[in-house]
Design a protein around this ligand. Structure first.
Ligand SMILES: NC(=O)c1ccc[n+]([C@@H]2O[C@H](COP(=O)([O-])OP(=O)(O)OC[C@H]3O[C@@H](n4cnc5c(N)ncnc54)[C@H](O)[C@@H]3O)[C@@H](O)[C@H]2O)c1
Length: 323
């Protein structure tokens, strides 16, 4: 098979590229390196089954050529990380919406199945956990720009589903919940690499708010397996599927767990959301996926424990010299 992966030099995309290359498939990636890094895929350079294009995934000529050649398109290219969305809202909205329109239109033209990685942010401030894919959502107002990420991703979802309705294009939508592991950078606000990096340097771990807000962390290796299964399951076409862990942990407990597993002398400091993200910031208290649909459709459950994931992240940060 010939897979096209947009955002393929990113954290998840680079692991997905390796997964298919290991199986003997061909992989092309398109990435503008806005948040990704060439180092994520440098080890693949020279593999005759691997092609990389450093370019905007909204580039019509390139995408037309690559989508025509592809058997399946994974569309991961997107702005990510709340800190980035809040600090660069115009670029962030563009990077989510524009490539999706280009890619989905071309997939419809050449009849190529496409999978979009959406996000748990689309559930917004909904309190009814666990989050089921068909539940109503509660999003914040447009004057709080962190919601731009959720709303732009929801617009992407609507666009794929509309194309499916009007043209019968096979589309797949996966909502990811806090994916972590080797190659994730802390530069755009992602909590686990920030914590592990600080713990390894003996610096304070910075917790936002009370730290009692909870999240569920899943390993990138489990998620890659899940993405591949969704894409190869015909019954999943036209569906929105949650992938993530349903094991909840508060952010302050995560900080303590990281300090212990890194054998670190770091302390925990508390910062207000205003200090970190500026005024008008809104956060969600809990974010727990319902995995019932993933189990039923693709027989998938996350395998790695949080401790294993923290250790993998720690070992990668220690050996790669990256941040
Ligand atoms: N990591 C998570 O916890 C998480 C959670 C929910 C959803 N997601 C989704 O998963 C996908 C991958 O995220 P990630 O965590 O690997 O982040 P990432 O930043 O490492 O990957 C995104 C990649 O897309 C590239 N990119 C952005 N805009 C582009 C454009 N216009 N053209 C070409 N390339 C572009 C970036 O350079 C980067 O390599 C994204 O769609 C993201 O919204 C991730």
């Amino acid at each position: 098979m010939n897979y096209l992966i947009t955002g393929g030099a990113g954290f998840i995309g680079s692991h997905l590229a390796e997964y298919y290359l290991r199986r003997g498939d061909r992989v092309s990636i398109v990435d503008d390196l806005s948040t990704g890094a060439w180092q994520n895929v440098a080890q693949l350079d020279g593999d005759p089954n691997f092609k990389a294009y450093i370019s905007d995934a909204a580039d019509l000529a390139l995408m037309e050529r690559e989508i025509r050649e592809a058997d399946f398109v994974f569309h991961l290219a997107s702005s990510v990380g709340v800190k980035l969305i809040v600090s660069q809202p115009v670029e962030s909205i563009r990077r989510i919406v524009r490539p999706t329109e280009t890619i989905v239109d071309l997939c419809a033209k050449y009849r190529k199945p496409v999978l979009l990685t959406s996000t748990s942010e689309t559930y917004g401030k909904s309190e009814a956990t666990p989050f089921r894919e068909d539940m109503d959502v509660t999003l914040g107002p447009s004057c709080k720009n962190r919601w731009a990420y959720a709303i732009a991703k929801l617009l992407d979802e609507f666009y794929l589903l509309a194309m499916r309705d009007q043209t019968s294009l096979p589309v797949f939508i996966v909502r990811l919940f806090n994916v972590v592991g080797p190659r994730q950078t802390g530069s755009y606000g992602m909590v686990l690499p920030r914590f592990v990096s600080a713990a390894l340097k003996g610096e304070p771990l910075q917790v936002c708010g009370t730290g009692e807000q909870t999240r569920c962390f899943s390993s990138v290796f489990d998620i890659v397996e899940g993405l591949a299964r969704v894409g190869s399951t015909p019954e999943a076409a036209g569906e929105v599927v949650n992938l993530g862990s349903d094991e909840e942990i508060s952010i302050v407990d995560l900080a303590k767990r990281v300090i212990a597993l890194c054998d670190s002398s770091s302390t925990i400091v508390y910062k207000s959301y205003d200090e970190v993200y500026g005024p008008n910031f809104d956060d969600m208290r809990r974010r727990v996926p319902s995995l019932e649909k993933a189990r039923r459709l693709i027989g998938w459950d996350p395998k790695r424990s949080l401790d294993e994931i923290i250790v993998e992240t720690r070992d990668w940060l220690k050996t790669s010299g990256r941040d």
